[in-house]
Design a protein around this ligand. Structure first.
Ligand SMILES: Nc1ncnc2c1ncn2[C@@H]1O[C@H](COP(=O)(O)OP(=O)(O)OP(=O)(O)O)[C@@H](O)[C@H]1O
Length: 530
């Protein structure tokens, strides 16, 4: 298990995200249990074999012809057991996805995160019914397997019975033909009985052992595949922060998806810049940010750090230079301290670095209010665990990136849950970081917040469609400018009374304006409209 966990943690992200690998990992986890059971079963099989072999020796001593007959008696049961084991394994493999889905349904019903929506939307009944239907389908498959196993066992038993009758018949013939004395025949009969009685449990043990071996083979396959798809360990060393990161005609496609997530994108980012990636949902912003970090490898084109292809660089060195706040950042079920310090596990987590990271991200205020401060467990699913709000969790994620203190900071929607003041402080802070030489890559939908970016890249359907500074893009009056105006108007427009006459239209932001349009008089005078 340890090997599987270690290797899985090192596989390329694209492999980790693939359904096939996830499926194999699931099956491999059964393999880890099987590996433990195999040791116990092997001992029992060994014991059974010793008893069986002793009986066989007795029979060979009495008359050599008795041995093949005994083996003939053993064969049908062995065949039946192997057949049932194979059938059961195949069924488990076929039904694996079904079982995984059912586990997901059960988890959703028991999970605290999905609990509010389940209740308000009344979705629980739908999930329970789906779970029940799928459980019944699985039970049906179990019944089918049991019936098939019973048929195989009956057939194997009948064949074994015939073979045993043959052995006893032969014994009678041997006695009648005076090839062996009656006493020896009696001994042979006892030996045959002992051997066939042992055979039943031996067959059961071998059956389990065989099935366990098949799951164990999956464990080995998963470890092997994880080894094959692991992030390469070697490569050129990266000893300093890159002065320039460039993408040259980069295309990238997720496994099993026809449309490319990125299509021939070329751009350059220089050290100490704030770069914003903007564009509609699914445009490829997150994908692009991950390619910059070496988390994905381009299908075509290349990513260069200071002119060196990222593929040729030592990946651990590349990642060493990066701090990442993902859109779906992890809420680690650990203490507040570990939640921050996990970004750099080798660093001391009790000094100025921790306090600075917390202060820079607004997480210090959160920690102050926690019942046990930094030692509070942030996992309400455990006894004594505390829960944070969405924005407080986001501050924790920002504190992690600050604690890591890397040269390149990648923030994917970092302020979506922050209150306005914390958001403003965050954007002030990233300007400071850029002035200090850190490169900031910001993925965001808040177009007003990218006004201080040195470069803005506007993506749509995987293509880079516009780029420039904030002022340049407004001057250009293209997609970015239109979307920016739309957002700005949301702030500028006064809420309309349902009864009063319609408000006059709000004057749009002129190209080159760097602030949202001013609020109309009605708002500025505090007239909030009844
Ligand atoms: N792991 C994945 N496997 C398959 N397809 C993916 C995966 N991640 C993203 N995609 C697809 O790639 C495209 C680009 O996704 P990406 O997350 O880069 O967009 P985005 O611009 O960051 O979107 P958003 O603004 O909604 O966060 C989308 O069509 C998405 O469905």
């Amino acid at each position: 298990m340890l090997l599987l966990l270690r290797r899985s943690a090192r596989v390329e992200l694209a492999a980790m995200e693939s359904g096939d690998f996830q499926r194999l990992l699931h099956s491999a986890q059964r393999g880890t249990v099987a590996a433990r059971q195999m040791t116990r079963n092997s001992l029992q099989v060994l014991h059974g074999l010793v008893v069986f072999a002793s009986a066989a020796v007795v029979l060979v001593t009495l008359h050599p012809v008795l041995l093949p007959l005994l083996l003939a008696a053993a064969l049908p049961k062995g065949w039946g057991a192997a057949r049932s084991a194979r059938r059961s394994y195949r069924s488990t493999q076929t039904w694996l996805e079904h079982a995984r889905r059912n586990q997901v349904l059960a988890r959703l019903l028991l999970d605290r995160d999905s609990a509010p929506e389940l209740r308000v939307h009344g979705a629980a009944e739908y999930l329970v019914e789906s779970f029940d239907r799928m459980s019944r389908e699985a039970a049906g498959e179990q019944a089918r397997l049991s019936r098939a196993a019973a048929g195989t066992t009956a057939l194997a038993g009948a064949l074994a019975g015939l073979a045993a009758a043959g052995v006893y018949g032969l014994l009678v013939l041997l006695v009648m033909g005076s090839w062996i004395p009656l006493a020896a025949a009696g001994t042979a009969a006892i030996a045959v009985r002992t051997a066939t009685a042992q055979l039943d449990s031996l067959v059961q043990q071998v059956n389990s052992l065989y099935e366990q071996a098949l799951f164990y083979a999956d464990l080995e396959a998963a470890c092997r595949m994880a080894g094959e798809r692991k992030v390469p360990g070697g490569g050129e060393r990266v000893r300093a922060a890159p002065a320039a990161i460039s993408l040259s005609e980069v295309s990238f496609r997720y496994a099993g998806v026809r449309e490319p997530a990125l299509d021939r994108v070329s751009l350059e980012i220089t050290k100490g810049q704030i770069v914003a990636l903007v564009g509609p949902n699914g445009a490829g912003k997150t994908t692009l940010s991950r390619l910059l970090c070496g988390l994905y490898t381009p299908e075509r084109g290349s990513v260069h750090w200071d002119g060196r292809d990222l593929r040729t660089l030592r990946r651990a060195d590349v990642h060493e230079r990066i701090a990442l706040v993902s859109q779906t950042f992890t809420q680690w079920p650990f203490t507040a301290r570990t939640n921050v310090a996990i970004a750099r596990p080798e660093a001391r987590a009790d000094g100025a670095r921790l306090r600075r990271a917390a202060a820079d991200s607004g997480f210090a205020d959160v920690v102050e209010r926690l019942p046990r401060g930094w030692e509070t467990l942030l996992a309400p699913e455990f006894v004594g665990g505390a829960e944070l709000s969405g924005g407080q969790w986001q501050r924790a994620a920002l504190a992690r990136a600050a604690f890591r203190g890397a040269d390149i900071l990648v923030y994917d929607e970092p302020t979506a849950a922050l209150d306005p003041q914390t958001e403003i402080e965050f954007f002030d802070r990233i300007q400071e970081l850029a002035r200090g030489g850190q490169t900031v890559v910001l993925v965001t939908h808040r177009l007003a917040s990218v006004r201080h970016a040195d470069q803005i890249f506007f993506l749509d359907r995987g293509r880079l469609v516009e780029s420039g500074s904030f002022a340049e893009l407004l001057d250009h009056d293209g997609r970015f400018a239109r979307l920016y105006r739309m957002q700005a108007e949301q702030y500028a427009a006064a809420p309309r009374s349902r009864t009063s006459a319609p408000e006059p239209p709000v004057s749009p932001v002129q190209p080159g304006d760097s602030a949202p349009a001013p609020a109309p008089e009605s708002l500025r005078e505090g007239n909030r409209v009844a």
